[in-house]
Design a protein around this ligand. Structure first.
Ligand SMILES: C[S@@+](CC[C@H](N)C(=O)[O-])C[C@H]1O[C@@H](n2cnc3c(N)ncnc32)[C@H](O)[C@@H]1O
Length: 441
């Protein structure tokens, strides 16, 4: 296979995402490897793919008046990709964008298509894109402006109010900072920062958590510190989970939905070589990732088992775990900056189906918690039904549990309400996330 240039590779990824072949983050890594894309081109490919995907609905609104008839999906993606560069990237001159786009169209099809691509882009250059001010309905306008489906903007507006929704939608368009967790069983944060800086990375302490660092320059996966197991790539919101579980030495802990092991390994680090964390996930290939991460970090107190946690009660004696974590499968609406494709595919039906799974896993997990033990429920979504709704279901159906106060760092405390922590992406720049704890009486 000949190597593809960055724009053509971006087009391939956009097409594959539309055909639901895989998630954007996984596809991007595959294409980078397959086409041996390196250096600044990795950044450009990421920007083109994520940018075009993030702004899809806005770009379609802008393109609509210039398209006389329906075009093939790859042509539409090529036009979106070109328009994204024209509108949002100021370093690439329009003539270069037009030339490249027409060349791609020629390589992929006949003259008619390349002529049409050329014509549409030149017409946009001449006339400019249509104004969004024509849209009078505030929810519809926000939907187009920030490229979130209207049903979702309406749902968030009903649940959290328009202003919060607007901030969330706007934040979702910004690239997130990469953050990492320091493996405190092996080093200190100061030491890791020194080492990373000597490797040429630019990093700083997280203002939220003592074990977290933020990368301002460079992908930390490529650092020696990562290879040596001194850090794990993890979002700061996700790191709050192990912090609220009140982990103490020698505890036996169950992680019901654990792959790829971000929280399992954090829990194991907090156990500091004592006790044990047993990590479950559905399939063998996912469970393998947990093991690989634990091995890289040098953690011996992790056991992994592939199993459906909706049947986990059959596998253990009741009431044997000090702590149980259900980091549930969810709609993922808190991580749209990292996985923009989610916003176009998730539906209200998915939310309902996920809620049923969340209830089933919690029901099984509840039996396994020791009296006095803590059950933690978390999701990376922003949705009241999946979050507070599931908490309410649990408390109503399991009277042997009570809501348990979350002990979080002072900076996060103002975001705890009714013993639940809902973080919005705009709060700290970290992922949208939800956490609640229940204590068995
Ligand atoms: C939010 S992710 C977990 C992330 C993980 N806790 C971490 O911090 O790296 C949810 C996980 O639940 C798993 N899952 C979905 N349904 C499940 C089930 N019925 N039993 C066990 N795991 C399940 C998915 O495979 C997915 O890996």
């Amino acid at each position: 296979m000949p190597k593809k240039n960055v724009r053509e590779a971006a087009l391939d990824i956009l097409e594959a995402i539309e055909k639901h072949q895989s998630y954007s983050n996984l596809l991007l890594n595959k294409v980078i490897e397959k086409n041996h894309i390196t250096g600044p081109d990795v950044g450009l490919l990421t920007e083109l793919t994520y940018g075009t995907l993030q702004r899809k609905l806005t770009l379609d609104y802008y393109l609509k008046p210039f398209l006389q008839k329906k075009v093939e999906p790859w042509v539409l993606n090529l036009l979106r990709l070109s328009l994204y560069q024209m509108l949002y990237l100021d370093k690439i001159p329009d003539r270069a964008i037009l030339f490249e786009s027409v060349e791609i169209a020629k390589r992929r099809s006949h003259r008619g298509v390349s002529g049409m691509v050329n014509g549409v882009l030149r017409a946009i250059q001449r006339k400019g894109v249509p104004s969004l001010d024509k849209i009078k309905d505030a929810v519809e306008k926000l939907s187009i402006e920030t490229s979130h489906p209207q049903w979702l903007v309406q749902r968030w507006t009903d649940q959290f109010g328009f202003e919060k929704t607007k901030k969330m939608c706007e934040t979702n368009l910004m690239a997130p900072l990469q953050t990492a967790r320091v493996n405190l069983t092996r080093t200190t944060r100061e030491e890791v920062i020194k080492q990373l800086e000597s490797e040429g990375f630019l990093v700083q302490e997280s203002p939220i958590l003592v074990e977290a660092i933020q990368s301002l320059k460079g992908n930390l996966v490529h650092s020696d510190c990562y290879q040596k197991g001194l850090i794990s790539i993890q979002d700061e919101s996700s790191m709050i989970v192990a912090n609220v579980m009140e982990i103490e030495p020698n505890q036996l802990i169950l992680d019901c939905c654990a792959a790829p092991g971000g929280k399992t390994t954090h829990i194991a680090e907090k156990l500091n070589g004592t006790g044990k964390v047993i990590a479950h996930d559905l399939h063998e290939h996912k469970v393998k990732l947990i093991k690989e991460n634990a091995d890289r970090l040098g953690l011996q107190n992790v056991e992994t088992i592939a199993m459906d946690s909706r049947k986990i009660g059959e596998h253990y004696q009741s009431e044997i775990f000090d702590r149980v974590l259900v980091d549930a499968p969810c709609s993922g609406l808190g991580v749209l900056r990292r996985k923009p494709d989610i916003k176009y595919v998730k539906t209200i039906h998915d939310i309902r189906a996920l809620q049923t799974i969340q209830h089933s896993i919690l029901t099984e997990a509840a039996q396994l918690v020791k009296p006095g033990g803590i059950l933690t429920y978390s999701t990376c979504t922003v949705d009241k039904e999946e979050n507070e709704g599931t908490v309410q279901y649990f408390l109503e159906n399991f009277p042997d549990f009570e809501a348990y106060s979350l002990h979080v760092p002072a900076t996060i405390q103002p975001f705890v309400q009714n013993n639940c922590l809902q973080i919005f992406p705009q709060d700290f720049g970290s992922d949208g996330f939800f956490i609640a704890c229940f204590k068995k009486r």
